[in-house]
Design a protein around this ligand. Structure first.
Ligand code: PMP
Length: 506
């Protein structure tokens, strides 16, 4: 009998639960800057995108996801016979090492690159060699993980594999090298925001694709993942926000005395001698970054998350305690999928985007005047009208608020505000009572304003009185949301260390 032996395997960093336990935080307070993945899922990742795949989930896709392969081929201007799908581009890294270097040699360009290549070489019984010209297989990581740089592609006699996991951020690719026999690897895990779905693909000439697919399991991508990838690729990629955020973060890190390397990716590499100490210090704040020999790698997320990282770095530098990290929660129902991050007190960094422009604007006003940092993004079945989404966004926000309030210790508890908007006047009184009560009169109501406040009171467990009158329903609602925000800001101010109730709890 053959006895397989275990090899050194790819090491996953510890889970949120393990880290939270270690540093004494809630797992939801942990923010991962160590995975080079998008801060949020794409807007296309919603239940409706999966409905058809679920209806057929008892079946195999006999066409091996023809529409997905066709969409990929079209995106890159290649033939459908030049595309192979896999469970992440990691599947191809392992497969190609076996296929082209079994018992032989593998080189990587640059030499300091993605840790999966040596594991794949070991699985193929291949040696890692320094000189790409002598290797049977050369992985060119372009742009490179973990340094973010864009290496030159060498001319080599061996098989060239150009791993373009991050090429969407660089805005350049090497697809033309496919005509010279190179294999290009791509993934839905990074710019498309679908790391958990595990979909990657290889592009090569059709003969090479035939060889690759003949060595794969018949259908390694699930139909649900293929559906998510197909929905994502239907919209042209726009990485401009992420690229701008990368440059902002690089600038902020520079002003903190660090020197990030110019990056063509969604992460930054900061050379330093002993990065492990800083990794441990940041972890105490729930901020997880990754140490390498000679540097620190930080994934760029979005403004709200990245500001938590910057705050933590400042706290480490100044030896201070951190303001409570942003609370993060997800709310998913058959009707909507919402992603909420809330921080109180915050600095009015608000972004609400559910596709309902008017109520997005209303909640933004409330959070801004409430002195909060709120990022609430979601998608849902707006086809049926505003009702589901307005209700769910207020439930999600209310639940996050309830949780952020914790035991409500040290808070003023009561707040009141009067806010006019032109002819409209709103009056709001709030009590962080722990009991859900809403007495609301909005006249005229643009539709869902009163219901929105009821959902908020219910889920944040607060008492809310709102009266708003005027001529124009938009003015009336806007005055009301601002008044509730201002009343909340007052109730949320710090007032000693007591739970403001003779009962001792709220
Ligand atoms: N290539 C590079 C350079 C990577 O950094 C990663 C992800 N860490 C991958 C490939 C694998 O991506 P996936 O398997 O999720 O497609």
């Amino acid at each position: 009998m053959r006895r397989p032996v275990a090899l050194a395997s790819y090491q996953w960093p510890p889970s949120n639960e393990v880290i939270a336990e270690k540093v004494g935080l809630d797992p939801r307070e942990i923010i991962r800057f160590d995975g080079n993945v998008a801060a949020t899922p794409p807007a296309s990742a919603r239940p409706a995108a999966l409905a058809r795949a679920l209806a057929d989930v008892n079946e195999y896709d006999r066409g091996r996801y023809h529409s997905l392969r066709a969409a990929i081929a079209q995106r890159h201007g290649v033939g459908i016979d030049q595309v192979a799908l896999g469970a992440g581009s990691d599947e191809f890294i392992v497969l190609l090492a076996r296929l082209f270097a079994e018992g032989g040699s593998v080189a990587t360009v640059p030499a300091f690159s993605y840790s999966m290549y040596p594991f794949a070489a070991a699985m193929a019984g291949a040696a890692i060699v320094d000189d790409p010209k002598t290797a049977d297989l050369v992985f060119v990581c372009r742009p490179n993980n973990p340094t973010g740089e864009l290496p030159e592609i060498p001319d080599v006699p061996g098989q060239l594999v150009i791993d373009e996991a991050y090429a969407d951020y660089a805005g350049v690719d090497a697809l033309e090298r496919v005509n010279d026999g190179a294999i290009v690897l791509r993934t839905f895990s990074k710019a498309y925001g679908l790391a958990g779905a595990r979909v990657g693909y290889a592009i090569a000439n059709s003969e090479t694709i035939d060889i690759i697919t003949s060595r794969q399991a018949p259908l390694s991508v699930s139909s649900l993942s293929a559906a998510l990838a197909l929905a994502a690729i239907a919209t042209p990629l726009d990485v401009s926000t992420q690229v701008a955020e990368r440059e902002r973060l690089a600038g902020e890190l520079t002003s903190l005395g660090m020197a990030p390397v110019k990056s063509y990716t969604n992460f930054l590499f900061i050379p330093m001698e002993e990065p492990q100490e800083l990794v441990e210090q940041l972890m105490a704040y729930g901020v997880v970054v990754r140490a390498y020999e000679g540097g620190l790698r930080i994934s760029v997320k979005d403004e709200l998350d990245d500001n938590v990282l910057l705050d933590a770095l400042r706290c480490v530098r100044d030896g201070e305690t951190m303001p409570r990290p942003a609370l993060r929660r997800r709310r998913a129902t058959a009707e909507t999928l919402l992603n909420v991050r809330l921080r109180i007190p915050g600095e009015g960094r608000v972004f609400v985007n559910t596709g309902l422009g008017f109520y997005d604007h209303m909640l933004q006003q409330l959070a801004f005047h409430g002195g909060m940092d709120l990022r609430l993004e979601g998608v849902g079945d707006l086809e049926t009208g505003e009702h589901h989404m307005v209700e769910d966004m207020m439930i999600a926000f209310g639940e996050a608020l309830d949780e952020a309030l914790g035991d409500r210790r040290g808070l003023t508890r009561y707040g009141e505000a009067r806010v006019p908007m032109d002819e409209a006047l709103a009056h709001a009184v709030v009590d962080l009572s722990g009991r859900a009560t809403a007495t609301i009169s909005i006249s005229p109501d643009p539709g869902m304003a009163a219901h929105a406040f009821q959902s908020l009171a219910q889920n944040a467990r607060i008492t809310l009185h709102v009266t708003a009158t005027g001529e124009n329903d938009h003015h009336v609602a806007e005055a009301a949301f601002k008044a509730v925000g201002r009343a909340l800001a007052q109730a949320l101010t710090r007032d000693g260390t007591l739970v403001r109730s003779t009962k001792g709890s709220l």
